[in-house]
Design a protein around this ligand. Structure first.
Ligand code: FAD
Length: 566
């Protein structure tokens, strides 16, 4: 056999074919590698916010399963229930904050933290756009994007001003740690200004008029703290002006603390009256200038009163980034971002929302409720009297604890008002209400308000619940035939979120607290104050903050509060 030498052209062909083969082989290999790496790569989990919901989620999450990134403009967790205590120096600011990196440090798998604000959520491209205030990139903007497979939105809420003119410019809010420091400085400045020579008594009185707008738990607690600060500490240090101090609480409703039991509301109002705190109910603030606050009474009488400092505490509103996101996901007609009972944002793959920034839509519950109403409509007239409706509501409350909580809150009034709107009739015990209109009213309630209260308790429980779901997600995917929960026509891997209410406190000053515990158990007085101390000490996120908070309370008992204007 004669072995023929390959010609150059043949060599080129062979080389080309073999290199093509190698390339083709390499391509197949890289496709395969890519698919395997896609399967094995950890899913990108982005968490927005380091408040109660975000931190509770992170603390309970098995971080080894995900590539976790956290975005928040705050590199710490803030224990908000003690914010009012910080405004008057009962507790120091650093005692109620815990660095988020310290919390993350304890988790395996390494969490990445970006100190930045998310300004846009892009669910189509699965990314969030962020902006840092402490860094700028090449174009000088400080902007960057973070991709996600799963997104957990826990952005909280912003103070609600109801667009009242002058509020942003002239009032203090009580939401962040910086607010407490500003308020503390402002209180001391008012006292120092009122003590200067050559001021008229009228000017001194004006400087020492402290106004709190909003008679909810935060406003009431701040008023009580301020009263204690003035009577226990400042009265001794400013003897010449102590009698000119006035604290006013302005509330648009009939009473303060309306989300609490009636006994607590009455006790709080009587105690404030004894303490000389002026509670103005049925007054709505319409304008705040740099010198005076203007309000209208129920009879539309307008009055303006001069003030030294105003704290605005009238509830919460939705953040602009959430409003923008709601528009993108077809929720533009709602006031609060809705999720289902598994905390998923509907029609938005891999996106979850929890805490103050979201609400669980009660559409299913609402449908059940209207079915109950139909049954109650025995004569099939399509109408029920308000008395009958109230009886039915009792039945509903037994079945749905979240609705019970809602109805007991001050929003019950709004709820009744909605009937009023729906029927364009004044609500009287005998008036009849049309069930179809009522259904419309229920849908309206669902889109307008948060059914669960906007509290740390709800946010923390949701964070904990969602983390447990994420921890089990992989096992569920690997075992699709595992125990699934049936609900309606769909099959779900996890139980829906169920809120457990453990009660709430309202500190009223003078070492007295009102406590409303499950089962409508109400306790008011000094014993509840000790319960408050123990609960809030035990709820601290670390031993460091627990130790600091308890030592601050002891320092206050022994030395009083610090009145330095720093
Ligand atoms: P937050 O705790 O407000 O956290 C929101 C997080 O999102 C923060 O880390 C914030 O920095 C971050 N964030 C904001 N914007 C962006 C952005 N654009 N991008 C990225 N991150 C962002 N509840 C109780 O249960 N009991 C109480 O006694 C109580 N007392 C309170 C007292 C005061 C003075 C206040 C203000 C609230 C009180 N609350 C209380 C309510 C409780 O604080 C809130 O319900 C709770 O903080 C809600 O948790 P969250 O995680 O949804 O929001």
């Amino acid at each position: 056999a004669i072995r023929r030498r390959p010609t150059i052209s043949k060599l080129i062909v062979i080389c080309a074919l073999s290199s093509g083969g190698v390339l083709a082989y390499a391509d197949a290999k890289s496709d395969h590698d890519f698919e395997t790496s896609e399967l094995t790569r950890k899913k990108k989990l982005v968490v927005l916010g380091t408040g109660w919901a975000g931190t509770s989620f992170l603390r309970n999450l098995d971080t080894s399963q995900y590539d976790v990134q956290v975005v928040s403009p705050r590199n710490y967790f803030l224990f908000t229930p003690l914010l009012p205590s910080v405004t008057c120096g009962t507790v120091e600011p650093r005692s109620i904050v815990e660095p988020i990196r310290k919390i993350m440090h304890k988790k395996v798998g390494g969490i990445k933290f970006w100190e930045a604000e998310c300004y846009k959520i892009d669910p189509t491209n699965k990314k969030v756009l962020c902006c840092s205030n402490i860094w700028t990139n090449m174009d000088g903007s400080g902007e960057f994007a973070v991709d996600y497979d799963y997104l957990v939105i826990a952005l909280g809420a912003k103070p609600n001003t109801f667009n009242t003119p002058g509020v942003v410019e002239n009032c203090h809010f009580l939401k962040e740690i910086e607010d407490t420091q500003r308020i503390r400085r402002s209180v001391m400045n008012c006292f120092e200004r009122a003590s200067l020579p050559e001021l008229s008594e009228e000017d001194r009185r004006k400087n020492l008029h402290f106004v709190i707008v909003g008679g909810g738990p935060t406003g009431v607690e701040f008023a009580a703290e301020l009263h204690d600060f003035v009577s226990e500490d400042l009265a001794k240090l400013y003897p010449t002006v102590k009698d000119l101090v006035k604290i006013s609480v302005i509330e648009a409703g009939d009473h303060i603390l309306t989300m609490f039991d009636k006994r607590i509301t009455e006790f709080a109002e009587e105690k404030f009256q004894r303490d000389g705190i002026d509670v103005k109910t049925n007054f709505r603030v319409v304008k705040v200038s740099d010198k005076a606050i203007t309000m209208t009474s129920a009879s539309s009488r307008e009055i303006s009163v001069p003030y030294g400092m105003v704290v605005w505490s009238t509830g919460i509103g939705t953040r602009p980034v959430i409003l923008d996101f709601m528009k993108q996901v077809g929720q533009a007609d709602r006031r609060v971002l809705a999720t289902d009972e598994w905390l998923r944002v509907p029609n938005c793959d891999g996106v979850y929302a929890l805490g103050d920034c979201a609400t669980i839509s009660q559409r299913k519950v609402m449908e059940d409720i209207s079915a109950i109403f139909r049954v109650a409509d025995k004569d099939d007239s399509g109408t029920l009297t308000v008395k009958e409706i109230k009886d039915v509501l009792d039945d509903i409350c037994e079945r749905y604890p979240q609705v019970e909580l809602y109805l007991k809150s001050k929003q019950m009034k709004d709820f009744i008002d909605l009937f009023k709107d729906a029927n364009s009739n004044a609500v009287k015990e005998s008036k009849e209400l049309n069930i179809e209109e009522f259904k419309k009213a229920l849908a309206d309630v669902d889109s307008r308000v948060k059914m669960l209260p906007a509290t740390a308790q709800v946010a923390a429980q949701q964070g904990n619940y969602l983390a447990k779901c994420f921890n089990k997600m992989k096992i569920c995917e690997e075992n699709p035939e595992g125990p699934l929960r049936m609900r309606g026509s769909g099959r779900h891997r996890f139980h829906p979120f169920r809120y457990r209410h453990f009660g709430q406190f309202a500190p009223l000053g003078g070492e007295q607290t009102a406590a409303q515990l499950p089962g409508d158990w109400v306790s008011i007085g000094h014993s509840s104050q000790w319960l408050w101390y123990s609960v809030y000490a035990s709820k601290q996120v670390s031993w460091r903050t627990r130790f600091l908070v308890v030592s601050d309370w002891m320092r206050r008992f022994i030395h009083g509060r610090d009145s330095s204007c720093i």
